[in-house]
Design a protein around this ligand. Sequence first.
Ligand code: ADP
Length: 463
Amino acid sequence: MVYSLRSRLWLSYALLIALVLCLVGGAIAVVVFRSNIPLQQAAINLQNLRASTIPRLRLSSNLNSTALQALLDRNTDQIRGRIVILSNRGEVIADSLKSERVSLPSFGDAPLKTEVGALPRFYRDNNRRGWYYIIDEISPNRLVLFGVNRPPIQLFAIFRDQYLRPLVLGGLIALLASIIFSLVLSRWISAPLKQISQEAGQVAEGQAHPIPPRGPAEVRSLAQAFNDMSRQVQNSRQSQKDFVANVSHELKTPLTSIQGFARAILDGTVETTAELQQAAEIIESEAGRMDRLVSDLLALAKMDAGTASFSMRMINIKELLQTAILKFTPLVEEAGLTFSTSLPEENTHIMCDPDRLMQVLDNLLVNAIKFTPEDGQITLSCQVGKETLEIHVEDTGLGIPPDERERIFERFYQVDKARSGARGYGLGLAISKQIVETHGGSLALMSQTGEGSHFVVKLPLHT
Ligand code: ADP
């Protein structure tokens, strides 16, 4: 229950509300504590004391000290505070708390009359008790001090009477709102998440549907990532199926041929030595084709698994290209094509597996010869940049249509099977790309239909 998004959201809202209420309560307490509520209360008490006693005090103002003291002592029960009759110079004539020996405030040097009518003042007596007092006049030479104790701050009572109700009410409303918010918010987040988890189950069964992006940005990007992933899974499943179908197809053709000729030899259809010779040659050639296919598939599988061994060493790229030129010049001429080469002046060394790199050049040059009609031209050139080295293989042949360019590096993909001839089965470019990428480089195609093909091998100079 507590693990669900909704309950966690609600719990965090509730905690937040409780925290805010505590803070507000604390702030109110501080405000009340610092406010002048005690002073206001004291002023009321002082006014009450003054109003209830001043007429009688004024009437008795001419009495002597003993009579005044007796008057105050008689009325102690009714005096809610303290009354002190003073001379103009501040000498005590009578005091309602005389017996308790409670100290008076120090009046200073200023004439005491100036205090008459002033706002209540505060002082602490000899027992550290707080008092508010005012001074009034009862006759031209007699003054009276009315004092009341500082009323204790009834913090809890004030809080209970004035603030508790609105705070509890506000808290309840906030709690209700938080339940609604957490419901709406959790729905907004969890509904698309639920859909993703349902669809994830479908991926395993191969029936995932794309999820429309909904909910917060993070969940939307998760849905996007999920869609990409399930598309990739579907693609790879499809290409796995295609791969098996392609391999079976490519193996079936030579096998059928081998089987046919073997049977012909066995049942005596092939009789003469010349016919036997021809059948054996076909069987050998078809077996060779199968052998090449299996070797290529093994090489790809090893590179996919990362177990292919590359014997990397520093080599002079110019020497490697010169070897390729030497090897291919007769083949290019034999095909009735011209071979144009352009190598850099200086020697450039790169870290690579020369045999594998030669395999890439072989494949690109064989393709160029294969797909360029007579009188065409093949160009092999090399450019050394700051960070990378580029090997260009160009031809003036058939070229590759734009919509096929993406797929040209896929396994078993051939633009036109009839074009490739008996030897090709669409794995050469896939293997070449893998080899170049294992070297940290890239193999790209720049080809225009009718303008020939242009392949670029980019290799990093510093690895
Ligand atoms: P293949 O063994 O069929 O040549 P590749 O992987 O080397 O396999 O090439 C895949 C396909 O790409 C070829 O069948 C061909 O259709 C196309 N292709 C490759 N190189 C060229 C080129 N230089 N000119 C035109 N088409 C090319």
